[in-house]
Design a protein around this ligand. Structure first.
Ligand code: MRU
Length: 367
């Protein structure tokens, strides 16, 4: 694979056909599942066939595009077409609650299809939707490359180390979590392409093991120098002096910068703060929820206790004592105070001088 190309594909799409790489089976098996409609899309997201905030949004939008293109009985009026699209978008949004990208995509697609100027016939209405959903796929790749370049420049510019840098990341934020390239992993990819990366350390990311199964797979596949660590080794690693920066993704960022991301992100941020290591969140603007002033009201998804009590993220043999109660939140909130900067597709968001929180609305107004 040539430098800069992205080989792994979570989402394979051509008009009328959607296939999702079954991420539950990685890294041992590479199996693509056909998704025929929005109900199939909903289940694929809920069951973690596809995961990662941007990939969830795109897979959902495209599952409805496939359904719309292949409809045997087409809507007979404009209103019927609109009703068909909007009720399914509303349902898709319920598949997983924490990442805001899907809600953002559904809102944009609803606005687009409600635009009276574009609505000329029921068939045109469907095409407006399909074109807009397909455009999201291309836009995500471009936005990830921008995040990668902004982030690599920021991290290498802010580092005091002479020579190549080592970074720590969490969960999977790469090609498998996006249309391609990745967000936090895109930053690491760009650092590597620029010849500035020494080593990336990836956490295993219990209990679903997105780090050991997916990120490690991507890093080996792309020959990026990488070391896997247990989640519980992260503070010790940060105290060792080996880590120049921590970079993670986001599922929802509130207006003050509080960030929901994979469970365990908060632990990494606390350790980074203690050791004076810069802690970066890398995410597209579509991960920002301007309706929330802080992270307090972000809904945190709780997943099945089986992910903890059984191996292989709930699909293998039982490993925990029978009868034990379980708390299994899929995400946590890292307070803005612990975040050094937010790397977006439109540039870097930093805190105003002397402030513990970000002025994200101010950044958005200026961009
Ligand atoms: O439960 P997951 O695997 O969907 O969680 C994924 C994460 O938390 C990622 O860090 C986040 O979605 C950003 S992906 C670019």
């Amino acid at each position: 694979m040539a430098a800069g190309e992205v080989g792994l594909q979570a989402i394979r799409y051509s008009r009328g056909r959607l296939q999702l790489l079954d991420q539950r089976k990685l890294p041992l098996e590479t199996i693509y599942i056909d998704v025929y409609d929005s109900s199939g899309g909903w289940h694929a997201i809920q069951d973690m066939v596809v995961r990662g905030a941007p990939a969830i949004a795109i897979a959902a939008a495209l599952s409805l595009a496939v359904e719309a293109v292949n409809l045997e009985t087409k809507p007979t009026s404009l209103d019927e077409a609109l009703h068909f699209l909007h009720t399914r978008l509303d349902h898709l949004v319920t598949s997983r609650p924490t990442a805001v990208n899907l809600l953002d995509a559904a809102t944009k697609l609803k606005n687009k299809t409600s635009d009276a100027a574009l609505r000329t016939s029921n068939a045109a209405e469907i095409l407006v939707y399909v074109d807009a959903a397909e455009a999201m796929l291309a836009a995500d790749i471009a936005s990830n490359k921008a995040i990668g370049d902004y982030g690599a420049d920021l991290i290498s510019g802010q580092s005091k180390r002479d020579g190549k840098l080592s970074v720590l990341t969490h969960c999977n934020t790469g090609s498998l979590a996006t249309a391609a390239y990745g967000t936090a992993l895109g930053v690491i990819r760009s650092l590597n392409l620029q010849g500035k990366l020494n080593t990336v350390y990836c956490t295993e990311t219990r209990p679903f093991n997105q780090g050991s199964r997916l990120t490690a797979y991507e890093l080996v596949y792309e020959k990026i120098p990488a070391v896997l660590i247990a989640d519980s080794a992260a503070a010790a690693l940060q105290s060792s002096g080996k880590i120049d920066a921590v970079v993670v993704g986001a599922d929802r960022i509130a207006s003050n910068g509080d960030t929901a991301n994979k469970i365990g992100t908060y632990n990494l941020a606390l350790a980074a703060f203690h050791h004076g290591i810069p802690f970066y969140v890398a995410a597209p603007l579509t991960s920002i929820d301007t309706a929330l002033s802080s992270g307090d009201s972000i809904v945190i998804e709780e997943r099945s206790s089986k992910e903890l009590t059984h191996s292989h993220a709930g699909h293998g043999p039982q490993v925990a004592a029978s009868g034990i109660s379980v708390w299994n939140p899929a995400f946590d909130i890292t307070p803005a105070k612990l975040i050094t900067a937010i790397i977006t597709d439109k540039g870097i968001i930093t805190k105003p001088e002397g402030s513990l929180v970000f002025d994200i609305l101010g950044f958005l107004n200026a961009h």
